[in-house]
Ligand binder design. Structure first.
Ligand SMILES: Nc1ncnc2c1ncn2[C@@H]1O[C@H](COP(=O)(O)OP(=O)(O)OP(=O)(O)O)[C@@H](O)[C@H]1O
Ligand SMILES: [Mg+2]
Length: 439
């Protein structure tokens, strides 16, 4: 009990939160729990959830259909349960996350869905959560902005760091709803949350790639999440949370499913059509910028959950493209040497050579801003954390890869109108899945 309290924010809401934690822990496996699906303080629907598996058994009483997650269709009083399940599952930690089995054992839950349920499915990335139907919890009581001292139990289990076995586990942490296959956890410092992310063997290159991508985006004026090196013996990067108390991220994957795709419409055009239908403005220019950045860094994993748009979670008004995040699986991150024909590409085309043809305007690019990028890349790798993984030859090769990308884009930008914006269904990405990493 003392251990539990010591890691918990001692706020006026403590009693309420403790009550809820104990309720959950004392349930028998397989019991059905009754929740409201909440969007801040708006009750969107009722959910029955299996306590053991964390799966949604049923969704009913849709009281605010417009507040259902984007992509979950609603008609004649019913929500698309299949789409809701997909959204629910994708919002949790994936089974392929590095080290997750061990963390689940420590946290005494069967899977990552059940883990999310234990922590009210609260998130730092969107404003959804689940509230027991017999509870009077309010958004103000539970959200991680007003209550920044979230529990570190889940984070410690994921990090295998300072773990103390405790009966009174508190699962309320943004880690439970942060997806992605790479090792990661949220950290709080002076009341502010930071996301810390690792890389994968053999080169542990992704954290450095994030920092390089930030530098390129900054120089080109592309709105992006700024990643910096995290102080640790191993390579990790860190970044601020990019959503505010008002906003939330809606992934491109959610947007992509709001219209049924016709086979004769390309992946790119389909996505732009979905944006238009939802009333999202300026999608084309933001996508132009993302494709150019991904070309330069040879990003291999810009799947539809690695970009999205921000909206106001109360008014549902679209705000704009989310700053570019998750650019680490790039720059030949796992390859001993770089051959351009090997690089994968997403989300629109299977090759970068085809995808760059979708860019409708290059006139926003000031190439001179990238003149010094090779030196900056050398500096980014000149840290002790990089030494065991990236030797000077690899560092040079990475800088050369970036230069090659810049020069190709420059050529294309100088080219006549006829060689720009070419879109058909050839070489379209059909299966959009995230890369996973060897453990
Ligand atoms: N700075 C941030 N602020 C808020 N939410 C974030 C932030 N960065 C990432 N997220 C959320 O966390 C998720 C996982 O992060 P990220 O994509 O960086 O991880 P990853 O493991 O590299 O993913 P992948 O499996 O695509 O490789 C994102 O899809 C997004 O929903
Ligand atoms: Mg990702």
């Amino acid at each position: 009990m003392v251990d539990f309290l010591s890691t918990f924010h001692l706020s006026q809401n403590l009693t309420k939160q403790l009550e809820w934690s104990y309720n959950t822990v004392n349930l028998t496996n397989g019991d059905i729990m009754k929740f409201y699906l909440m969007h801040k303080d708006i009750q969107a629907a009722s959910l029955n959830i299996n306590n053991e598996t964390g799966r949604i058994k049923s969704v009913f009483n849709i009281s605010a259909p417009e507040h259902l997650p984007i992509g979950v269709e609603y008609a004649e009083g019913k929500a698309d349960k299949y789409a809701l399940d997909e959204w629910w599952e994708y919002r949790c930690i994936p089974n392929r996350r590095t080290g997750i089995e061990d963390a689940l054992k420590k946290l005494k839950v069967q899977n990552t869905l059940a883990l999310a349920v234990r922590g009210n499915a609260l998130s730092l990335t969107d404003k959804y959560w689940i509230k027991p139907t017999d509870s009077d919890l309010k958004w103000a009581d539970v959200n991680f902005v007003d209550n920044p001292n979230f529990s570190d139990h889940v984070g410690k289990a994921i990090r295998r760091h300072n773990w103390v076995d405790s009966k009174a586990l508190d699962y309320r942490s943004p880690d439970i709803t942060t997806n992605g296959n790479l090792f990661k956890y949220w950290l709080q410092e002076n009341g502010k949350p930071y996301l810390v992310k690792g890389g994968s063997l053999p080169f542990n290159q992704q954290p450095f790639n994030e920092i390089i991508a930030s530098a390129i985006a900054r120089k080109l004026g592309i709105p992006h999440v700024e990643y910096t090196l995290h102080e640790d013996a191993k390579p990790f990067c860190r970044c601020d949370c990019f959503v505010t108390q008002e906003t939330e991220l809606v992934s491109a994957w959610q947007i992509y499913r709001t219209i049924k795709k016709k086979p004769e419409v390309s992946t790119y055009s389909h996505f732009i059509n979905c944006c238009k239908q939802l009333g999202i403005k300026d999608a084309v220019q933001s996508i132009n910028q993302m494709i150019v950045l991904d070309y330069i860094i040879v990003n291999e994993d810009r799947h539809l959950n690695n970009f999205g748009f921000l909206r106001n979670a109360e008014t549902l008004e679209w705000i704009g493209f989310a700053p570019i995040f998750d650019s680490g699986t790039s720059l030949g991150y796992n390859r001993p040497s770089f051959h351009s024909d090997e690089f994968r590409c997403k989300p629109f085309k299977n090759t970068h050579a085809e995808q760059i043809k979708l860019v409708s305007s290059f006139d926003w690019i000031d190439f001179s801003k990238l003149d010094n990028i090779e030196n900056e890349i050398t500096e980014i790798f000149a840290v002790k954390q990089a030494e065991p993984y990236i030797d000077p030859v690899r560092c040079k090769d990475i800088a050369a890869l970036v230069r090659r990308g810049i020069e190709y884009v420059r050529k294309l930008a100088q080219c006549s109108e006829s060689c720009k914006l070419f879109d058909d269904i050839n070489d379209d990405v059909v299966k959009d899945t995230a890369i996973y990493y060897d453990r």
